[in-house]
Design a binder for this molecule. Structure first.
Ligand SMILES: *[C@@H]1O[C@H](CO)[C@@H](O)[C@H](O)[C@H]1NC(C)=O
Ligand SMILES: *[C@@H]1O[C@H](CO)[C@@H](O)[C@H](O)[C@H]1NC(C)=O
Ligand SMILES: *[C@@H]1O[C@H](CO)[C@@H](O)[C@H](O)[C@H]1NC(C)=O
Length: 389
C-alpha cells in the first residue's frame, strides 16, 4: 500500500513537470514534410459520429506519375499508440510506405486518431476514450470520408496499420462487421490483440500496478497520458518509470537496424493520448484476452451485463487480413499472433525472417522496403490486377 502511495505522489508531480519539460520543437506537419519532397499533399478535417474531429493527410497522386486523372485505389495508413501520421513519411521517398504507395498509383490517406498531436479537437469529457472508440468511430469515419472524397466511385480500400493501428482495425471489423465489405486487403504490421505472452518489462510490471479495481487506475482513468517514457533528462520521470522498468521504453522498441535519422524525427512526435488506451492494453495483457475495457466488476455489470468484459468477436472479421510479424518483438509474441490467426477466417501469415527487428521498426527499419513495404504493395497490386480480369 505504501509503495502505491509513493508511486501516486511521484506520478502526480511528474505529470505536472513533464508538461513543462516535454515541449518538443517541431515545425513541420506531415503535409509539409510531404510537400518538401515535391509531392502534392492535402489536409483534411474529419468528424466522427461521436463528435470528435480528426486531422488526416493525403497524397492524392504522384507528381512523378502525373496520374491525377487516372483511377487511384485508396489506401489508409494508421499509426500506433503514442504516434502520428508523421511516422509513415519519416524515412523519405525512397523508403517510406506513403511515398512508395503514391508512386505506385495509389490515393494515399494517412490517419490520426483522436487525442494525438494532430487530432486535439476533442469532445468533453476529453480523455474518456480508449482504442475501442478509436476503432469504432475514428477508423470508420476515415474510411467513409476517404471513399467519398476520392470521388471515383470506389467502394473499398486497402488498409495498413502498425501496432495500435492493428488493434483498432480488429476492434472495428469485429464489432461492426459490415465494414469488412469496405476492405480490399488489410496489413497488420505487428498485430496487437492477444497480449498474453508479451515479454516487454514495462508492460509486464505496469500491468501489476494498474489493475481494473486498483487505486492507481482510478487516479489515471479518463485522464490525459503524457508520454513520460520518452523523456531523457527528467529526474522525476526517471524515478517514476524506473519503478516500472519503463525508462526510455521507446528506445528499447527500436533495433540497431532502425534508421537513425528517422528515429530522431520520430522522437519529436508529441506522443500523447488517453490513459485509457494504455490501461486497456495492460488489462488485456494481464487477462490474456483481447477484450473490451475493464471498468471494475460493478460498472462492468452495468455496461456489459457481466462481471468480465466481453471478448472482441474476431471470428467476424471476414476481410483479407495479412499478419506481418517477427520473432523478436517483445510487445507482440509470435505465440499470440498464431493464437489470433487461428480465430481469423481469412488471414495470411507473413513471418518476417529477420532477427534484428523491433516493434517500432515497422515504419523505419533500414530494410523496410525489402521486408514489408515492397511485398505489401505487391499484394495490393495483385488484388487490383485480379479485379480487372
Ligand atoms: C487532368 O484533367 C484535367 C481536366 O480535364 C486537365 O485539365 C488536365 O490537363 C489533366 N491532367 C493530366 C496530367 O492529364
Ligand atoms: C533514413 O531516413 C532518411 C530521412 O529521415 C532518409 O533520407 C533515408 O533514405 C533513410 N534511409 C533508409 C535506409 O531508410
Ligand atoms: C466515459 O465513457 C464511458 C463509455 O462510453 C461511460 O460509460 C462513462 O460514463 C464516461 N465517463 C464520463 C466521466 O463521462
Amino acid at each position: 500500500m505504501q509503495k502505491q502511495l509513493v508511486l501516486v505522489l511521484i506520478l502526480l508531480v511528474s505529470t505536472v513537470f513533464a508538461a513543462q519539460i516535454l515541449k518538443r520543437t517541431k515545425d513541420k506537419t506531415t503535409s509539409k514534410l510531404i510537400k518538401d519532397h515535391g509531392y502534392p499533399a492535402e489536409d483534411h478535417r474529419i468528424e466522427t459520429e461521436d463528435g470528435n474531429v480528426l486531422q488526416a493527410f493525403r497524397i492524392p497522386y504522384s507528381h512523378k506519375l502525373q496520374n491525377q486523372n487516372k483511377t487511384r485505389p485508396i489506401v489508409l495508413l494508421q499509426h500506433g499508440l503514442m504516434s502520428s501520421s508523421d511516422i509513415w513519411v519519416l524515412s523519405g521517398p525512397d523508403n517510406a510506405l506513403a511515398y512508395l504507395l503514391a508512386d505506385s498509383g495509389f490515393d494515399v490517406w494517412i490517419g490520426n486518431n483522436r487525442g494525438n498531436e494532430y487530432s486535439l479537437e476533442l469532445k468533453e469529457p476529453s480523455w474518456n476514450f480508449s482504442w475501442h472508440e478509436i476503432g469504432l468511430y475514428d477508423i470508420s469515419a476515415m474510411i467513409d470520408y476517404a471513399l467519398k472524397t476520392n470521388g471515383q466511385g470506389q467502394k473499398s480500400i486497402h488498409y495498413v496499420g502498425h501496432s495500435q493501428g492493428t488493434t483498432v482495425f480488429f476492434t472495428l471489423m469485429s464489432l461492426r462487421p459490415e465494414y469488412n465489405q469496405k476492405i480490399k486487403t488489410s496489413h497488420m504490421l505487428s498485430p496487437v490483440a492477444i497480449m498474453k505472452n508479451t515479454k516487454n518489462e514495462c508492460v509486464v510490471s505496469a500491468a501489476n500496478f494498474y489493475t481494473a479495481d486498483g487505486m492507481l487506475t482510478s487516479f489515471n482513468r479518463d485522464t490525459k497520458f503524457l508520454n513520460i517514457f520518452r523523456s531523457k533528462s527528467n529526474t522525476f520521470n526517471e524515478r517514476c518509470v524506473f519503478l516500472m522498468d519503463c525508462y526510455n521504453m521507446d528506445k528499447k522498441l527500436h533495433s540497431e537496424h532502425a534508421n537513425k535519422t528517422a528515429i530522431k524525427e520520430a522522437d519529436k512526435i508529441s506522443a500523447d493520448g488517453s490513459w485509457n488506451q494504455v490501461l486497456h492494453y495492460l488489462f488485456n495483457h494481464k487477462s490474456g484476452y483481447f477484450r473490451q475495457f475493464d471498468y471494475d466488476s460493478k460498472k462492468n455489470l452495468e455496461v456489459y451485463k457481466s462481471k468480465q468484459p466481453p471478448e472482441y468477436p474476431v471470428e467476424k472479421i471476414t476481410s483479407e487480413v495479412h499478419l506481418w510479424y517477427v520473432d523478436n518483438d517483445d510487445l507482440v509474441d509470435p505465440v499470440d499472433v498464431l493464437a489470433l490467426a487461428d480465430r481469423l477466417p481469412n488471414k495470411v501469415l507473413h513471418h518476417i525472417q529477420e532477427p534484428i527487428f523491433g516493434h517500432a521498426d515497422y515504419t523505419i527499419h533500414n530494410d523496410i522496403r525489402k521486408y514489408v513495404n515492397d511485398p505489401v504493395i505487391n499484394i495490393m497490386h495483385k488484388y487490383e490486377l485480379d479485379k480487372e480480369k
